[in-house]
Design a protein around this ligand. Structure first.
Ligand code: ADP
Ligand code: ZN
Length: 703
C-alpha cells in the first residue's frame, strides 16, 4: 500500500494528519500478511494499527479484547467515524447477538470485537466468514508473568491453527521480555515481527511532592482546574472513600472506586467518569484498565506505588489525546514502610522489595525523572526532558552543615523521643502547649531555627533522613533518631550538602491566576459544552465526538468552513458531516460575539477618553458612567498605552512606578496583577499597579 493511500485513509476515516511513531510500520507489516507483535505505551495509539488495516482488507477483522466496557467505547468511536463495527458478548440479549451475527454474514461489518470467553458464539460461523485479520488487544493477559492474567486468553492459541493464513496482530503495553516471549509462543505466532515503540510520553509532566498536608494540596490542585477529569490513586480502599468524601464536602464532584464496592456502583462510577459526569475518581489500582477515556487531564498518586511498572501504567492513563497532562506523586515515609511490610510478606518477596526500592529511588531522585523512568524500561535518553519537576526546578546544592548540625543536635536534645513535627516546633521555638508541657523551652538549642519556615525544616529533615544522618523509628510512634553518621557532622567537622527547597506555592499561584482567566468563557469551554450535549443525545462518551486536542485546535484556529474544520486533527469526513454544522455555527457565533465585544470596548474607552479630555476627574467619570473607579483607571491605562495624551502622574508618583518596576524584575514579569499585590503585601492597590505597568509598557515600547 503506498504511503499516500494510507495517509488519505488516516485523514478520511480518523481525521488524523500524521501517524504516530511506529503506527505506519506496524500497519504495513500487518497488511503484508505477517504476524506482528506491537508494544506501545498506553495512549501510544495501538487501535489504529488494526482499525486502519481493517478498512483495507476485504474481510472482517476480529478484535479480541478483554473488557466489555472497552469494546462498547471502541465501537462507538468507530461508528462516530462512520466505520461499521459491532461487538458480541455475553452481556447482550440472544436477539441482539443474533442480529449482529447476521450482519456479519451480510459483509457490511468491518470490525467485530469479542471477548475470548465469547468466541464460541462465532464458532459455527467461522466457515462462512472471511476473517482477514485477528487483532489481540491487551495481549499480555495471556501471560501469567503479566499483571492482568486472564485464563481465557490462554485458549487463543487455537486461532492460528484455525486460521493459519490469517495474520495475527498482538498488542500490549507491557514490555518485559518474559511476557513478550509468552505472547508469541502461546498465540503460535509465526516469525512475528516485533515493534517496540518508545515509552516516552512527553506530554505527561512528572512531579513528586512530599506528602505534607496531602489532602489540602490535592484540593488546591483540583480547584485550579475546575473542569478537568482526573484520577487519584490510593493504596487502601478506606483512603479512597475518605478522600472522595472530603472532596465532595467542598463541592468537588468526586467518587470512590475500589474492588470492595458493589458491582453496580462501580460501573456507574466508571460510566460517569467516562462521560464527564464525574470529575474525579479516588480509586485503588482496580480502576483504569477498562478505561479508554482520552481526556484524563491529570493523575495523582496519593501513596507511593509498589513499583515503577504500575506507576507508569497508572500515570499513562492521563493525556492519551496527546495534550499536556499533569501527574503528581506524593511521597511519604509511612507509605514506604507499609509497602515494605506488604512486599516482604508476599510472594516473590525479594523481587518485590527490589522493585519498591527502585520506586523509592525514583521519588527521591535529584536528576531528570523521565530519564530514570525510561532507563528502567531499557531506553537510553541523553537529554533532560524539561517537563519534570527536577528539570523545571533543578536542585541547587549548598553547604547545609549548620542546618544539619542544628537539626541533629535538636534531635539529640530531645533524647530521640519525638516525631518530626515536634522537632520542627522545637527548632522554630514554637510556644505551643505540648512544648511547654514538656518543658522543652528550657532546653539548649530551643528556637535556634527560627530563620527557616516550617515547610523548609520539614524538607531539610527529610533530606537528612535520605542522607542517612537520622532515621524514623516507624514502630515507635515515628520518633526521630540520629544514626552513627550524625556524630561525624556534630563532632568531626563533616560537611553536609543539602538542596534548596522547591517553591511550590509560588508556581501554584501563577497557574491559578492564568487558569481562572481562561476557564470561564473560553471558546474551548463553549465547545466542550456543545460536545457534552451531543454526547448525551447520542449516549456516547464526550471524547468519542471529538478529543480535547481537537477542541483545543478549534479554539486557536477558529475554523468557520467545512474545509477549515476538516483541517483540524481528529476531524474526518464522517464527523464533519455529523457534527460540522453545530461546531462551525458555535465558532462563528463566538467569533461574532468577540468582534461585538471588541467594538463595545472601543466605544467604552472612547467615552471615558472624551470625558477625560473635557476635564472631568476620575471620580466624576466613574459616577457619570456608573462604573467602578478601578475600571476607569484601567481604561485610562489602556488609552495611555495606545497613545492617548493622558497625564498619569497625577495618579501615581515616580517613586511608586520605580518600585513596581523593581518588582516586575524580581517577579519575572508575571502575567497577572496578583503577584504584585502580594509582593507589596497588599499596600499598593490594583489601580496603581495597573497604571505603573502601563507606564512601563509604554517606556519599553519607546525604547
Ligand atoms: P492505546 O490503545 O495505545 O492506549 P489508543 O489507540 O486508544 O491508544 O489511542 C490513544 C489516543 O490517541 C486516541 O484518542 C486516538 O484517537 C489518538 N490517536 C491515535 N493515533 C493518532 C494519530 N496518528 N494522530 C493523532 N491522534 C491519534
Ligand atoms: Zn526531566
Amino acid at each position: 500500500m503506498t504511503q499516500t493511500i494510507l495517509h488519505a485513509k488516516l485523514k478520511d476515516h480518523f481525521g488524523f494528519e500524521k501517524f504516530r511513531p511506529n503506527q505506519e510500520e506496524i500497519i504495513n507489516c500487518v497488511l503484508s500478511g505477517q504476524d506482528t507483535l506491537a508494544i506501545m505505551p498506553t495512549g501510544g495509539g495501538k487501535s489504529i494499527c488494526f482499525q486502519l488495516p481493517a478498512l483495507v482488507f476485504p474481510g472482517i477483522t476480529l478484535v479480541i479484547s478483554p473488557l466489555i466496557a472497552l469494546m462498547k467505547d471502541q465501537v462507538d468511536s468507530l461508528k462516530a467515524n462512520g466505520i461499521q463495527a459491532c461487538f458480541i458478548n455475553s452481556s447482550q440479549s440472544e436477539e441482539e447477538r443474533q442480529f449482529y451475527i447476521e450482519s456479519l454474514q451480510s459483509n457490511i461489518i468491518k470490525l467485530v470485537y469479542i471477548a475470548p470467553e465469547s468466541l464460541s458464539f462465532l464458532d459455527n460461523l467461522f466457515n462462512s466468514l472471511t476473517i482477514s485479520l485477528i487483532a489481540i488487544d491487551e495481549a499480555h493477559c495471556i501471560s501469567a508473568w503479566g499483571h492482568d492474567f486472564r485464563p481465557a486468553y490462554t485458549n487463543l492459541g487455537y486461532l492460528k491453527k484455525r486460521f493459519p493464513s490469517t495474520p495475527i496482530l498482538a498488542l500490549t503495553a507491557t514490555a518485559d521480555k518474559a511476557t513478550r516471549k509468552d505472547i508469541s509462543e502461546q498465540l503460535n505466532l509465526i516469525n512475528p515481527k516485533i515493534f517496540i515503540a518508545s515509552f516516552d510520553r512527553k506530554n505527561l509532566s512528572l512531579e513528586v511532592r512530599p506528602a505534607l498536608d496531602r489532602v489540602k494540596q490535592i484540593i488546591d490542585f483540583i480547584q485550579e482546574k475546575p473542569n478537568e477529569s482526573g484520577i487519584v490513586y490510593c493504596l487502601s480502599r478506606k483512603t479512597t472513600e475518605e478522600l472522595a468524601e472530603k472532596l465532595q464536602k467542598i463541592g468537588i464532584n468526586a467518587k470512590a472506586y475500589h474492588a470492595g464496592l458493589d458491582n453496580k456502583i462501580r460501573s456507574t462510577t466508571q460510566d460517569e467518569f467516562i462521560s464527564d459526569d464525574c470529575q474525579v475518581v479516588c480509586a485503588t489500582i482496580a480502576f483504569g484498565m477498562g478505561i479508554d477515556k482520552s481526556n484524563v487531564r491529570w493523575v495523582i498518586h496519593y501513596n507511593l506505588p509498589k513499583n515503577i511498572e504500575g506507576y507508569y501504567q497508572e500515570i499513562g492513563r492521563a493525556g492519551r489525546d496527546g495534550l499536556p497532562s499533569e501527574t503528581v506523586l506524593f511521597e511519604s515515609y509511612g507509605d514506604v514502610i507499609q509497602l515494605q511490610k506488604f512486599a516482604s510478606q508476599g510472594l516473590n518477596a525479594e523481587v518485590q522489595l527490589a522493585k519498591l526500592e527502585r520506586m523509592k529511588q525514583y521519588a527521591d531522585a535529584l536528576s531528570c525523572r523521565r530519564k530514570i523512568l525510561l532507563s528502567y524500561f531499557g531506553e537510553l535518553v541523553t537529554e533532560n526532558c524539561g517537563n519534570c519537576d527536577i528539570c523545571k526546578n533543578p536542585p541547587l546544592f549548598f553547604d547545609g552543615t549548620v542546618i544539619a548540625q542544628k537539626a541533629l543536635s535538636a534531635i539529640t536534645r530531645l533524647q530521640e523521643t519525638e516525631p518530626l513535627p515536634v522537632i520542627i516546633d522545637f527548632l522554630r521555638g514554637s510556644k505551643n502547649a505540648y512544648i511547654y508541657e514538656k518543658g522543652y523551652q528550657n532546653l539548649k538549642t530551643y528556637g535556634i531555627g527560627t530563620d527557616l519556615s516550617w515547610f523548609d525544616w520539614n524538607q531539610y529533615l527529610i533530606q537528612l533522613i535520605n542522607l542517612g544522618y537520622c532515621e524514623i523509628a516507624f514502630h515507635q510512634q515515628n520518633k526521630i533518631r540520629v544514626t552513627a553518621f550524625a556524630k561525624k557532622v556534630l563532632f568531626e567537622g563533616e560537611k553536609v550538602q543539602l538542596t534548596t527547597v522547591q517553591k511550590i506555592t509560588i508556581d501554584k499561584q501563577e497557574i491559578k491566576e492564568g487558569k481562572t482567566k481562561t476557564v470561564t468563557n473560553s471558546l474551548f469551554e463553549i465547545l466542550r459544552k456543545l460536545r457534552y450535549e451531543i454526547s448525551k443525545e447520542e449516549s456516547v462518551p464526550a471524547y468519542v465526538i471529538f478529543s480535547d486536542a481537537a477542541l483545543r485546535q478549534m479554539e486557536t484556529e477558529r475554523p468557520m468552513s467545512d474545509q477549515d474544520l476538516l483541517a483540524i486533527d481528529g476531524v474526518g469526513k464522517a464527523k464533519l458531516e455529523k457534527y460540522g454544522d453545530a461546531f462551525i455555527k458555535t465558532i462563528i457565533d463566538f467569533h461574532k460575539s468577540k468582534v461585538v465585544k471588541r467594538k463595545k470596548e472601543a466605544t467604552t474607552y472612547k467615552e471615558t477618553l472624551e470625558l477625560y479630555q473635557n476635564g472631568f476627574s476620575v471620580e466624576d467619570i466613574a459616577q457619570k458612567r456608573k462604573l467602578g473607579l478601578s475600571t476607569i483607571m484601567s481604561h485610562l491605562a489602556k488609552l495611555y498605552v495606545d497613545g492617548a495624551a493622558i497625564d498619569l502622574s497625577q495618579f501615581i508618583t515616580n517613586q511608586e512606578v520605580s518600585k513596581i518596576a523593581e518588582a516586575q524584575i524580581k517577579l519575572e514579569s508575571p502575567n497577572t496583577l496578583k503577584p504584585y499585590f502580594d509582593y507589596f503585601e497588599e499596600k499598593i492597590d490594583y489601580g496603581k499597579i495597573r497604571l505603573a505597568l502601563a507606564i512601563l509598557e509604554k517606556e519599553n515600547a519607546v525604547i
